[in-house]
Every structure is written in structure tokens, then in C-alpha cells.
Design a protein around this ligand. Structure first.
Ligand code: AMP
Length: 426
């Protein structure tokens, strides 16, 4: 019995397929994306907001649309111990809208929320596509104005610029208002029904439920048929087309480059009017690094008495990390304390503790040959070393060495403190 359970433990030394550890160097890149997005979020006066990773399944399956790939094939759903159907969130918007409604935040509209965190989709893993991945996410809830759509598009553009990523294309489309969509959907059904037998199995299912989703198909034959389909712009109401024109004009004025792509409908059913996507050719098959759109009707689907005009955008952190070529790491400079023998370990810990209380970053290097310890410390970013031996302890002194220049000097505790505080600006 015991041997069997040991075998099980040894077998599972890898993370679950499609889920990845983020070791320190990778995490530096991850953090750069989050820091950049947080900085831009502050620039646009967003507030931070976090929702649970696990929600009742209805939060997603009722809202994302029954024809969406996410709901059909990709949800990590299970029944918990109390018999509730729950789902690991596949996206952030529905959870945030659930929270706005359940927390009574609807009284305080408009709201601007920034979030980031892990998401889960049970898709076939490949480069740039994981089963657990992360997004930075922005929601502007309770704002109808076209200028807010421009703001959303610009936020993603600002982050990409801030991270010095080039070769990004911004594609934009208007899905029209609810009225124009109804007529358009009928025309699409008529068009695609003529080729029903040629459609992929997935698109056959989409045909009568949400034919616009056929534009999302990766199937080659579907793509050819989609290219000949009627275009939504021919069905815009006056309101929808003037709204879209104003957005494009304002983007021009702000010098945000974009391409209109009438086949861009995005994967989820709840979008209306503006839909947009940021893409690149630099990371292989997975070209989208982020996207977003307007979702005025989502709140009503979730039980609100009326629509809450809203727009959001999300960028995939892992895909952006693939575009951050330089592995520039975060500031890891610190003071290393090196007890020369076991006798100085206690004193070293006490000094480290005092200095840490003053916000000075400290690491102790206490085991092994001194030369090896110094090498290891340098590889961890240590730039100052304080050596504490028997003599230093008696005289209450330290040998301080600048590991970059090689300079060294003997200092009293007070002088050490003064020098180090100057170096670490604290
Ligand atoms: P979506 O929520 O599907 O619009 O995705 C927004 C962004 O999240 C995409 O453009 C990708 O950058 C990222 N993303 C979506 N799905 C995955 C995935 N399975 N693995 C890694 N990144 C993803």
C-alpha cells in the first residue's frame, strides 16, 4: 500500500497539462506586464478590483452564450462538495459584472475597474495557448459615450507602447446595435444556409443560433464561405454607423493606428457595437494578444432590470511575455551578510533583522566556502557584502565590500547603517 502511494507522488512531479510554473526570470517579465498595466490603470483613474477565481457555473454559461467555444468545450466546471455546479473563471468580465450587481455597486455608476489574475480554459495546449493563463483586464461600467470606447482601445495601445512592443495591429469593428444585428443575423442565416452541407460541424451548430460566430471559425472552408458573406456595415442603423464613425475619427485624431476588419466578431455572444483586437505576427499561430468590446446587454442577462452600457478589454500576459525579448530583471540589489563561521550566525541574524526593519533588503549567506557564497550572492543580485568574523564581533565592526567595484572598508555598526541607508535610499 505504502509503496503504491509513493509511486503516485513521484509520478505527479509535473504541473497539469497546459498549466505552467512561472519561475523567477519569467516572473520578472510577468511582473513587468502587470506593473505597466497597473501604471496605465492609474493614469486613467481605474480602481483595483478582484473577484474569486471560482464562480457558480451560471455566471459564465448563461452569459457567454451557448454557441461560444468557451462554454461549449473549454470550461473547467465541476460539482463541489455541496452539489453546486462551479466553474474556474474562463474570463474576467462576467465575474466582475456579477460582483457589481451582487455588491450593489450599481448605485455608484460609472465604475472603472482594473484586475489581473489567472483564467482557465480547457483548450488544446500549444505555444501561446495554455489551460491556465493570465490577463490584465479593464472594465468601464455604466458609460455609454463613444469616447469611452476610444479610451478602452487606447489603454491597450498605451500598455503595448509602454512595454516598447512594436508590430502590433489594432483591428476594430462595430457589431451594430441590437436592432441592426437582428436583421443582419437573418441575412447571414439565409446566406450560410445555402452552403450548410459544406460548413464545419461547429459552424453547422452556430448557423441557427448565432451565425456571426461562423466568422470566428478556424476551418478553411468556413473561412472561404465567410469571406463572401454579407457585411454588417450594410445593416447598421444610423445611430450605429455614426457612433462607429466618431470612434474612428477620434482614433485618427489621437494617432492610434487601426484597421477596420468587418469579420472581427470576437468569441463571446454578449458584445455589441465596438469590438477590437490587438494582434501580432511575431509569436506564431497565436496572433491575438488582447482584445475587448462593448457589452451593454450583459447586466440584463445577469438579472439587472435594465442594460448597463459597458466596455472592457483584456490583454493576455503570457502572450505579451513572448514579445518582451530582453530578460532585464527587477532590481534585486541587496546587502549580503556573511558570517565567517558558525559562531557569528546569531549575531548576523540579529543585525539582519534590525536592518530589515529599516526596509533595507538583506540576505544571509551562511553556508559553504566564502568564495562560493560570494559567487552565489552576486548571481542573486547582491551588490554589498558585510563580513562578520570573530574579530569584527569583538570590536563591533564590519568589513563592508562593494561587490561591483571591489572597494572595501571597516565600519562601525552606525557607519555601516549610514552607508547602507544611503545606498538603498531608505
Ligand atoms: P479573450 O478573452 O479570448 O478575448 O482573450 C484575450 C487575450 O487573452 C487573448 O488575446 C490572449 O492574449 C489571451 N488568451 C486567451 N486565451 C488564452 C490561452 N488559452 N492561453 C494563453 N493566452 C490566452
Amino acid at each position: 500500500m505504502k509503496l503504491n502511494s509513493m509511486n503516485k507522488i513521484i509520478k505527479h512531479t509535473q504541473p497539469i497539462r497546459g498549466m505552467k510554473d512561472i519561475p523567477p526570470l519569467q516572473y520578472d517579465l510577468f511582473q513587468r506586464v502587470v506593473d505597466s498595466a497597473s501604471k496605465i490603470a492609474r493614469r486613467y483613474c481605474f480602481e483595483n478590483f478582484a473577484t474569486p477565481i471560482l464562480e457558480y457555473s451560471s455566471v459564465f454559461d448563461r452569459t457567454l452564450g451557448e454557441t461560444s467555444d468557451v462554454v461549449n468545450k473549454e470550461m473547467y466546471s465541476f460539482v463541489d462538495r455541496s452539489g453546486q455546479g462551479v466553474t474556474l473563471r474562463p474570463e474576467l468580465t462576467a465575474g466582475i459584472m456579477r460582483a457589481v450587481l451582487s455588491e450593489g455597486l450599481i448605485q455608484n455608476l460609472p465604475l472603472k475597474f482594473f484586475s489581473y489574475g489567472p483564467l482557465f480554459r480547457y483548450d488544446r495546449p500549444q505555444a501561446g495557448r495554455q489551460r491556465q493563463f493570465h490577463q490584465v483586464n479593464f472594465e468601464i461600467i455604466g458609460e455609454e459615450s463613444y469616447s469611452v470606447d476610444v479610451e478602452a482601445i487606447k489603454i491597450g495601445y498605451d500598455i503595448v507602447k509602454d512595454l516598447a512592443i512594436s508590430d502590433i495591429t489594432i483591428e476594430i469593428n462595430s457589431l451594430g446595435c441590437a436592432d441592426s444585428r437582428v436583421i443582419y443575423q437573418q441575412k447571414l442565416v439565409e446566406y450560410f444556409a445555402r452552403y450548410e452541407s459544406e460548413l464545419s460541424e461547429d459552424s453547422k451548430l452556430r448557423l441557427y443560433k448565432n451565425p456571426m460566430r461562423i466568422f470566428d471559425s478556424k476551418d478553411d472552408r468556413d473561412k472561404i464561405l465567410a469571406s463572401g458573406a454579407p457585411r454588417i456595415s450594410a445593416f447598421y442603423t444610423k445611430l450605429a454607423s455614426s457612433r462607429f464613425e466618431k470612434i474612428l475619427l477620434m482614433l485618427n485624431e489621437l494617432s492610434v493606428p487601426y484597421q477596420v476588419n468587418e469579420l472581427l466578431v470576437r468569441g463571446l455572444d454578449y458584445y455589441c457595437h465596438t469590438a477590437f483586437e490587438y494582434s501580432t505576427n511575431a509569436i506564431g499561430a497565436q496572433t491575438a494578444i488582447g482584445g475587448g468590446g462593448r457589452y451593454d446587454g450583459l447586466a440584463r442577462i445577469m438579472g439587472s432590470k435594465s442594460d448597463i452600457p459597458s466596455i472592457g478589454l483584456a490583454l493576455g500576459i503570457e502572450r505579451i511575455m513572448l514579445l518582451l525579448k530582453d530578460q532585464e530583471s527587477y532590481n534585486k540589489a541587496h546587502l549580503g551578510i556573511f558570517p565567517i563561521s558558525e559562531l557569528e550566525i546569531n549575531a548576523s541574524y540579529l543585525i539582519a533583522s534590525k536592518l530589515r526593519d529599516l526596509d533595507i533588503p538583506i540576505n544571509l549567506y551562511e553556508k559553504g566556502k566564502l568564495g562560493k557564497r560570494i559567487e552565489r550572492a552576486i548571481s542573486k543580485g547582491c551588490n554589498y557584502a558585510a563580513f562578520l568574523g570573530e574579530n569584527e564581533l569583538i570590536r563591533n565592526e564590519f568589513k563592508l565590500k562593494n561587490l561591483i567595484t571591489g572597494e572595501e572598508c571597516m565600519l562601525s555598526y552606525d557607519d555601516l547603517l549610514k552607508t547602507i541607508r544611503e545606498q538603498f535610499a531608505c
